[in-house]
Design a protein around this ligand. Sequence first.
Ligand code: SF4
Length: 321
Amino acid sequence: MSDKMVEVYDLRKYFQAGGIFRKNYVKAVDGVSFTIMKGETLGLVGESGCGKTTTGRLILKLIPPTSGKIFFDGEDVTKLKGKKLKAFRRRANIVFQDPYTSLDPRMTVFDTIIEPLRTHGIEVPDPEDFVIKLLYEVGLNETHLYRYPHEFSGGQRQRIAIARVLALRPQFIVLDEPTSALDVSVQAQILNMLKDLQKKYNLTYLFISHNLGVVKYMSDRVAVMYMGKIVEIASSDELFRNPLHPYTKALLASIPVPDPEIAKKKERFRIIGEPPSVINPPPGCRFHPRCPYAKQICREREPPLKEIEPGHYVACWLYTS
Ligand code: SF4
């Protein structure tokens, strides 16, 4: 049996935009390839609108791809239907960013957590006991069982959302900015809990975030996205110690540091301007209008994602001849 949980090959998602007479496309995800090993956390990082969330939803078959292949534990996700799709939905799930909208305000905690089992026709001998055990797993208890979402804080609501996902005993979870709507003090507790649950149940995570500090803490490997493309992938340690792509360097430079000397050194990696239009992305390297190292070839040809050192892939002409 393969130790790959998720395999993605040349995945694309184009959304139609514009009027009836002239069709334009937003290339939200434009030819990304990567794998996630079983038990691993792959961090997916980049500015908002770079295609991170769309990638996560494509993998879970929540939206159809324009083209490309996705395999989950060796099975082609794009072809799943009927019973096989239902079985996939048990094994792969998502925790959304906003715990205020992801829970039904009319449902108690018990109903919220037991509902996925009912949907999948799964019976447990003692539903109340089943839910209470899950509540303890996420740091809540039986006193919360028959309360409603409005009675909880943001952190507690996210714990309920995580318990609901765990109810089906998934193997793979997309964590889409799971703590970015929470207070900093609560963030750390939720992240530590997610790490503990991963160890306990050998979970595989795709961890989506724009927060590099959080991504570093959570991820074994990190993929950096820019305008629908992956521009760099490496182990978390390697990426933060030795970033190669100018965009990754700029992202790292944007992490605030208290030392003015270090802050000054980082200044030279600052990028200029806003990302270009996603409807008409620039030719060649999409980062070239903002890159201080851009040369002629960057404006004409797209750099391939190439392995520069073992396990460290970069799409940049500075490292490719
Ligand atoms: Fe900059 Fe060129 Fe590398 Fe793109 S390919 S990041 S423009 S140096």
